[in-house]
Design a protein around this ligand. Structure first.
Ligand code: NAP
Length: 246
């Protein structure tokens, strides 16, 4: 249980991030719901948590922006006095074949998905080091583990997150801070809703469990990695993908 803990979940206005925010709040953590563009949805997530008896606030921040992240993390620490759980979930896709991919689409995906996690860890880890405790969870993807045609930018960012996770895990382990990644397969969210029906069918055929996952499946993994029970697990990638990678 997470009573008394403060958690930040980036990109928690929708999808997997929202499910993680709700799960951590249901276990007693105070959850800071970060969003970039979807203020109304972030407020809706906050309302749902509060109606269920949990505690949450909302905070706008583009995780790709180093300066915004510094202020974001410092504001949360100032308000709560501690920061116990950081979930780097914010992510975007800008798919396209490598030969046609624009520099802008490559850079933006790397900036949000990979640099965004660096930005928050950069400032959160300082506080966690002082506390001598903390949990950091980075949202990778099956694309980062196995690669995926049409996702050179996304796959590179998600593979990079696994490297970042391992380096941070080694740097922070001696102070009781664990750093792990989750690699979801295909999960039902706005991100996968946008895929053409044919792509969804082809994807389903590659999933041993024969169906897309739910956001709650990923939230359960995040809650476990954030828990006291996971104290001896660090530098790992937990695959929540219906068996796609094994
Ligand atoms: P989603 O439904 O598209 O939601 C994305 C979330 O990220 C939104 O809350 C969005 O907030 C936030 N976000 C985007 N850019 C941001 C930025 N610059 N700063 C802060 N927040 C930002 O995506 P999802 O499917 O839930 O995916 C969540 C994470 O899981 C991503 O990292 C994704 O790559 C990963 N993942 C998803 C799947 C899947 O099948 N769905 C599979 C593997 C990995 P705003 O709307 O407020 O901008």
């Amino acid at each position: 249980m997470l009573e008394g803990k403060t958690a930040i979940v980036t990109g928690a206005s929708r999808g997997i991030g929202r499910a993680i925010a709700k799960k951590l709040a249901a276990q007693g953590a105070f959850v800071v719901i970060n969003y970039n563009g979807s203020e109304e949805k972030a407020r809706q997530a906050q309302k749902e948590i509060q109606e269920a008896g949990g505690a949450a606030s909302v905070y706008p921040c583009d995780v790709a922006d180093y300066g915004q992240c510094e202020k974001f993390i410092q504001d949360v620490i100032k308000e709560h006095g501690h920061l116990d759980i950081l979930v780097n979930n914010a992510g975007i896709t800008r798919d396209g074949l490598l030969m046609k991919m624009s520099e802008e689409d490559f850079d933006r995906v790397m900036d949000v998905n990979l640099k965004g996690a660096f930005n928050t860890i950069r400032f959160a880890s300082r506080q966690m080091l002082k506390q001598r405790s903390g949990r950091i969870i980075n949202m990778s993807s099956v694309s980062g583990v196995a690669g995926n045609a049409g996702q050179a930018n996304y796959a590179a960012s998600k593979a990079g997150l696994i490297g970042l996770t391992k380096a941070a895990a080694r740097e922070l382990a001696s102070r009781g801070i664990t750093v792990n990644a989750i690699a979801p397969g295909f999960i039902e969210t706005d991100m996968t809703d946008a895929l053409p029906e044919k792509v969804k069918e082809a994807a389903t055929a590659q999933i041993p469990l024969g169906r897309f996952g739910k956001t709650e499946h990923v939230a359960a993994a995040a809650a476990f990695l954030a828990s006291e029970e996971a104290a001896y697990i660090t530098g790992q990638t937990l695959h929540v993908d219906g068996g796609m990678v094994m």
